[in-house]
Every structure is written in C-alpha cells, then in structure tokens.
Write a protein that binds this ligand. Structure first.
Ligand SMILES: Cc1ncc(COP(=O)(O)O)c(C=O)c1O
Length: 380
C-alpha cells in the first residue's frame, strides 16, 4: 500500500522549478547509460564467474592492470598495478584510511576551505582537525611550515587540483615543497585527486600521485566524477608499503576486495576505449558549463562578488564584496528558486562566512545562467 510519500532514490533532492546551484553531483544528462549497458554486455559474454566471487583484497588484478595503464597515459607517469588498491570511491578510501592509520585524538591538517564532507569523515573518527590557510594557489606552504613547528599531524588532507570548493590548483613548486616537508617532518599526505582528470583549460600541474616514490603520498582517485557515482568505485595509489595496511584490514579479510562486479564493467570500459571517449565528452561539456556560469557571474554579480575562475572541476568560489554572512542569504535565494552552499560549511573552524560555493556540474548552461540571475536577485 502506498503511503503517498515520494520514494527517494538519489541523494540530491530537488524540488520542481528550483535551479539548485548547491548540488555538486555530476549532471544527470551526462551519466553514461549506454556505456554501462555496452560494458555489461561485453562482460556478461565472457567467463564472468570470478567477478561474482569474493574478490582479491587489493582489488581484481586484471582491473588494476588496466587502471595502471589508464593512469600511466593520463597522469603521464608510469603506474604499476602493485601501486593500486581498489576502493569503493574516494569517501570510502578516506574512511578506511582513517580506520587503519589513525586513533581518536590524532591530528589531521586540512586546507581552509576544504571539502566539507571529508570533515564529516574525520569527525566520525574523532580526529582533531586543524585548518591551514590557502590563497588562490591553494595551501600556503609557509603557513604549513609554521604550524609544523608546534604540531605534528598523522596526515595532511589536500584536494590539490581544482579544489572543492575553491577551484584552486596547487602550483608544481608548492607540490614539491609539500612532499619534501612530509619527508622532513614525518607525516603522510592524503591527496584527494578526484578532479585531476577534469581539466578544461590549461594543463593541470602533475598529480600528487607523481610523487609516490617519496613514500609519503597516498593519492585518491574515483570513477564518481568521470563515469558515475552510483558505481561506487575508486582507487588509492601509493607505494605498496603504504597500501598494505589497507589491503590487510579485517573488513576485507571478511568481505574480500571491494566491488569486483563493478570493477569488471569498468575494466571493459577502459579496455574498449569507451572511458577515454567519455572523458573527452565530459571535458567539453563541463568546460562549456564553466564558461556559461562565468559569463553569468560577470554579467549579473559584477561588483557584488570577487572570484578566481577555476580551470576545471565543478565549482566557483565567491567572496561577497560587502562581507555579509552568506548563510543569512540562503532563504532569500530560495525565495527566488535557487540555492548555494554557504562558505562556513567548508571551514574547520566556522570561518569563511563571506564566501559561497556554486556548482556548474549539475545543470545545463542555460539553467546555470538563469540560476545566477536568480541568485543576483536574492543577494540584492
Ligand atoms: C573532493 C572530493 N572528494 C571526494 C568526493 C566524493 O567522492 P566519491 O564519490 O568517490 O566518494 C567528492 C564529491 O563531491 C569531492 O568533491
């Protein structure tokens, strides 16, 4: 019997007529239904049995070999299968890393701003979260050095390329210095590189995965943004020594390697070239959306906000020129049938109140422009 309540399937809950610029999910129109159908047909036509069995703990070897080849091409660095661990997405990898490598009360350094839902995961693990200042080039290395004089984190969490929310990309020289510091001062770097392949303009600096040889870097990747979040599939790239505790944890001893079934479909997508073709399509379309949103902000919000346009990823990060607390404007935006995420969500210490995040991934270009027009009315 129906209760009359809508049955929910997806995480984002949009109401009719709303252009919600808070939603940072991939566009529904870019979810690769046909690609998944063809990958599944190819896979089911072969010997499928191993992929329905408990999987090898670090992840299926055929899949990791194909992924190593994919990353060798796209990250321009020779990647080996032994440097890859298959995860259920970047969030799951982060949670598993915290489970095996931290204890309550340990310190984690994060960027200020940082990916807000990573903060939730660190809170679940009762970590002490310390925010470090950033500028338009991401983490300020001198500020990190100063903090390291009095405090030593177990790890530093960074989104080095097209950051969520700021869009900033850490320049090469800062990446190098960050890795040097991690060796000198003995802490790990967990680099969340889920946007690295979504670069639409100038080439991004080398992924932090390029520094694996230094032995302090774990790079998280995900198929959520480049294929579909519903696959719940990603990877951790690190030296075999750093990956071992993840693969040897009790959860995998009991349940086997993560997502062998989904891995087998993505294996087909990589081997057939469908993933490369899809990535090209995404870069083109998201690049157009970025430009559409930038043009709308320039037109409708000139003088009201300041920002540096991103070179990839999903987000614009705006500062309100009049210094207002953006959280106080959410209701006004909603009255005009749009929304955004207030800046304080991205702060470990409740700061960044004059900032707000807009996403350009979810809606098509015309809707983004209309959303920004509505926002301008809400902010006036
Ligand atoms: C920086 C960052 N990391 C991780 C995630 C979630 O990734 P996954 O779906 O692989 O868990 C997101 C999604 O918005 C993100 O922006």
């Amino acid at each position: 019997m129906s209760s009359g309540k809508a049955i929910r399937t997806t995480q984002a809950n949009t109401s009719p007529g709303m252009i919600d610029l808070a939603i940072g999910h991939p566009s529904p129109s870019l979810l690769p239904v046909e690609l998944i159908r063809r990958a599944a047909e190819q896979r089911l036509a072969t010997d499928f049995t191993p992929y329905l069995q408990y999987g090898y703990e670090p992840g299926d070897g055929h899949f990791r070999t194909a992924l190593a080849d994919f990353l060798t091409r796209h990250y321009a660095r020779q990647t080996r299968e032994s440097e890859l661990f298959v995860s259920g997405g970047a969030s799951q990898a982060l949670d598993l890393f915290c489970t095996v490598c931290t204890k309550p009360g340990d310190t984690v350094f994060v960027e200020e701003p940082t990916y807000f839902l990573a903060l939730r995961i660190f809170q679940d693990h009762r970590l002490r979260i310390v925010g470090l200042p950033t500028d338009e080039g991401g983490l300020i290395i001198e500020a990190l050095e100063e903090r390291l004089d009095s405090l030593r984190p177990v790890f530093l969490y960074t989104v080095p390329t097209h950051q969520n929310p700021s869009g900033a990309s850490l320049p090469s020289d800062r990446r190098r210095r960050l890795v040097e510091l991690s060796r000198e001062k003995d802490f790990l770097i967990v680099a969340d590189e889920v946007y690295h392949l979504l670069t639409y303009g100038e080439k991004a600096p080398p992924a932090l995965a390029s520094f694996l040889g230094e032995g302090t870097v774990l790079s998280l990747g995900s198929f959520s943004k480049i294929l579909a979040p519903g696959l719940r599939l990603g990877w951790v790239q690190a030296s075999p020594r750093l990956l071992r505790p993840l693969a040897e944890c009790g959860m995998l001893d009991s349940g086997g390697g993560l997502n062998p079934f989904t891995s087998s479909l993505v294996l087909s997508a990589i081997q057939s070239g469908m993933l490369d073709a899809h990535l090209e399509r995404l870069r083109g379309e998201y690049g157009r959306r970025l430009q559409a949103m930038k043009a709308a902000i320039d037109d409708c919000l000139a003088g009201k906000v300041e920002f540096s346009p991103p070179g990839g990823g999903f987000f614009f990060w705006l500062r309100l020129s009049d210094g207002r607390d953006s959280a106080t404007l959410v209701e006004a935006a909603k009255r005009h049938k749009t929304s955004f995420v207030p800046g304080a969500a991205f702060s470990a210490g409740g700061g960044l109140r004059d900032r707000l995040r807009l996403s350009f991934s979810y809606h098509p270009p015309e809707a983004l422009q209309e959303g920004v027009r509505r926002l301008a009315k809400g902010l006036s």
